[in-house]
Design a protein around this ligand. Structure first.
Ligand SMILES: Nc1nc2c(ncn2[C@@H]2O[C@H](COP(=O)(O)OP(=O)(O)OP(=O)(O)O)[C@@H](O)[C@H]2O)c(=O)[nH]1
Ligand SMILES: [Mg+2]
Length: 394
């Protein structure tokens, strides 16, 4: 029997928004999971602590627990001060799912540093990062873009989600309902990864398989749909094709790899799995690699939920060694053969090549969008008083 605490998988929430989403996911999963939140804001930190989620307050020496006030320079310095606080949480971790919101100081400044640290430790990273709403304005957008470019340097799989698209997908008009619904969509996607490992149905994915999938993932998108009724499999595939988060099916067509999770109760039929997988196979590229798993959950009786991660991995797959399912093909004749991804030693992300902008930390005034001036490991574009934490008399 799997114990979630033993899983080599951790959820890391960063900043106010990222921690709030991580806490919502933790609550939805309702079972023990490895989780840690990181923030510069002591008040927000207390909120998550009340939920028994370990929270790391970083940069307290320079920010006094007041947050960064939207300054990614301060966020980056805060995590550089206190990255050691994260290390005890990484014992035995092979894969990290990071939730973060781009556009302000902590998420944008801290996430690239955390991703880089995890990468150095050989931990595969799937970073789910929200992009600010259009109405938040160009300054937040610029911070988000710079942070994203830095994250891309070391992350294995990056799933950027535009908040405008996420909220459109909720079909809710009033803000509180839209936020709850948006949280629910993200929670479906993320908890799927835990459920696939801890509550497998007859087609399972193990932690090492998931690790190798994420290592090769590249740019990722995800969507989730559910349906009930006699034609629920057909309804589901139609909804997937129309999903805004999957760009009306474009993400499926472009994907080099798909991770498909099917959640259902004991009434799930093999023919339904076959129909869903056959339709997906028909949409995606002939050489697209598909990994699927089922999660049997009594609370899903009468309905099916499909969660789909589409990865635009740029790396050529290595020769196959394993089949996706331990079930013999004879027992599931209607499911098309699926291939698996392979572990890539070193865990390096392969979709490099995008131009690297300066870290958000230096994104101010004349240093906006320029490469940082690094000397002896120090970023000289950061004012000396901030770099050396000198308190100025005012
Ligand atoms: N989906 C969602 N997005 C959020 C939420 N809170 C904030 N955001 C988004 O996240 C961006 C960053 O905000 P925060 O996460 O609060 O900022 P932070 O990373 O804590 O940074 P500082 O507070 O400036 O130190 C915002 O511009 C919003 O786009 C939330 O509860 N849900
Ligand atoms: Mg904050």
């Amino acid at each position: 029997m799997n114990n979630e605490h033993q899983l080599p998988l951790i959820l890391i929430g960063i900043g106010g928004g990222g921690s709030r989403l991580a806490a919502a996911i933790h609550q939805r999963y309702a079972e023990p999971m490895r989780i840690v939140c990181i923030d510069t804001d002591a008040m927000a930190n207390r909120e998550w602590s009340a939920d028994a989620i370990p929270c790391l307050l970083i940069g307290a020496a320079r920010l006094s627990g007041n947050g960064t006030g939207g300054d990614a320079v301060k966020g980056r310095l805060a995590i550089q001060d206190d990255i050691h606080l994260l290390h005890p949480h990484l014992q035995g971790v092979r894969t990290a799912v990071i939730l973060t919101c781009m556009g302000a100081g902590t998420g944008s400044g801290v996430t690239p540093e955390v991703v880089s640290t995890l990468h150095e430790q050989g931990i595969a990273t799937l970073c789910i990062a929200t992009e600010p709403f259009d109405f938040e304005g160009p300054a937040r957008r610029a911070i988000a873009n710079r942070a994203q470019a830095m994250i891309e340097d070391h992350v294995d799989s990056l799933c950027s989600i535009k908040l405008d698209e996420l909220f459109n997908a909720t079909n809710e008009v009033q803000l509180p309902a839209a936020i709850a619904s948006a949280n629910e969509i993200l929670a479906s996607g993320v908890t799927l990864l835990w459920r696939l490992l801890t509550r497998p149905g007859f087609l399972s994915i193990n932690a090492e398989r998931l690790h190798s999938f994420i290592v090769q993932g590249g740019t990722a998108t995800f969507g989730t749909v559910q349906a009930t009724g006699a034609d629920r499999a057909t309804t589901l595939t139609k909804a997937l094709c129309e999903s805004q988060l999957l760009h009306a099916g474009e993400s499926i067509k472009k994907a080099n790899a798909l991770l498909v999770g099917i959640l259902a109760g004991s009434d799930l039929r093999l023919s339904e799995i076959g129909e869903i997988m056959k339709t997906l196979r028909g949409w995606c590229k002939p050489d697209c690699q598909i990994e699927m798993g089922t999660v049997m959950d009594a609370s899903f009786e009468w309905r099916i939920e499909v969660v789909l991660f589409c990865f635009e991995s740029t790396g050529a797959p290595l020769p196959d060694t394993k089949k996706v399912s331990s079930a013999s093909p004879a027992t599931v004749p209607s499911v098309p053969p699926a291939e698996v991804f392979h572990i890539q030693p070193g865990g390096a992300r392969r979709n490099k090549g995008k131009s690297k902008l300066a870290v958000g930390a230096t994104g101010k005034g004349k240093f906006q969008n320029v490469e940082p001036t690094i000397f002896n490991g120090q970023d000289l574009d950061i004012p000396t008083y901030i770099r050396k934490n000198i308190q100025l008399d005012r």
